[in-house]
Write a protein that binds this ligand. Structure first.
Ligand SMILES: Cc1cc2nc3c(=O)[nH]c(=O)nc-3n(C[C@H](O)[C@H](O)[C@H](O)COP(=O)(O)O)c2cc1C
Length: 160
């Protein structure tokens, strides 16, 4: 069973989650960031695909949307899992998945999970720092990524 994790990430939180998933899998996993890639990975080589994105100003990355839409027919023949990072509490963040991933892919995915998110001010530019200080009403870093959600994702994905 060959597994690929494709993700996009602005400040590395989705990347950190993708790497945590990778290390929890029993078998070798390929991890690829797709934002800057002109060419997507050849998903024919993989049996399982995990797709990770994050929310910025209400939207997930266009690279991920495009990847899902353009590969939809192929993805429907793979084992698929979706995870999302956002500052919105996991229980309230599912609407981002429902609204922004293709409906057919959501139905097909064996797991869709919101991991929570993090704000690391040192990784942001001036405008982002300003915006996030206003939104979070704090200049302290935040990390509410759920280790339990990541663990449970791997358990479910490997069991199915
Ligand atoms: C400029 C900016 C805008 C954001 N907008 C939202 C938002 O609309 N909704 C939300 O739940 N989280 C929002 N977040 C929080 C991110 O989704 C969260 O920090 C996530 O962990 C980012 O992951 P990444 O750095 O891997 O892209 C925003 C963060 C930044 C920096």
């Amino acid at each position: 069973m060959k597994t690929l994790i494709v993700y996009d990430s602005k400040h590395g939180i989705v990347r950190d989650c993708a790497e945590k998933l990778e290390h929890k899998f029993k078998e070798k996993v390929t991890v690829i960031k797709i934002s800057k890639k002109k060419q997507w990975p050849n998903i024919d080589e993989f049996d399982s695909i995990i797709i990770g994105a994050s929310v910025h100003i209400g939207k997930i990355q266009k690279s991920i949307k495009d990847f899902c839409e353009k590969n939809l027919d192929k993805l429907k023949h793979k084992k698929v899992g979706i995870f999302l990072c956002s500052l919105t509490e996991p229980a309230e963040a599912y609407h981002y998945i429902e609204e922004q991933f293709p409906e057919e892919l959501q139905k097909h995915a064996i797991i869709k999970s919101c991991f929570g998110g993090a704000v690391i001010f040192e990784r942001m530019n001036f405008v982002e720092r300003f915006m996030m200080k206003k939104i979070t009403k704090s200049s302290e870093n935040i990390n509410n990524v759920s280790e339990d959600a990541i663990e449970s994702f791997v358990r479910t994905f490997q069991k199915e």
